[in-house]
Write a protein that binds this ligand. Sequence first.
Ligand code: SIN
Length: 189
Amino acid sequence: MSTNTIAINQSMDRFNDHDSVWLFGYGSLIFKADFPFIEKRPAHILNWARRFWQGSHDHRGTPEAPGRVATLTPDAGAVCAGMAYLISPQVFAHLDYREKNGYLRLSTDIFFEDGGQQEGLFYIAREDNAAFLGQAPELDIAHQINAAHGPSGRNREYLLNLATALRELGAHDAHVFAIEHHLLAMAPG
Ligand code: SIN
């Protein structure tokens, strides 16, 4: 089951009259920037933890065999590292389509690693969306990811690419790296 969030996100017009706005990416938006951007800067947000708790029925899985992709869960004191992109609001249409499987476009404070902060946007899939799968042991998550593939490619590649990108940013994410560890011990499904 999945929920298309395009219409909800189109009603989020907070930044529509801005020339540009910062977008914070923490999942595939870090390693697959398939949209025009003006500038990018390593950044983090506070009080959110990255988790592979969101189902993917349209990119890295299918309705019959969903994959698992990253979302954020509230976690007081947590620091989530990622990449911030300065984009034109014209790019929202592309992003809303890409993130349509349960992700909402919401505002957040973004802290740049080279200093300063700015209010911007991120896409999060909350636990009340129909594609949400929720918590599971990291080994079980790895097995599901290893077996899944969809129109955007293998689910395994999503996780391994993200782990590599996080290392390049100098970021440690125990959840992502634990799933990576399990995946690397498995033959690709
Ligand atoms: C993001 O990368 O910020 C959102 C989740 C995803 O598209 O993987």
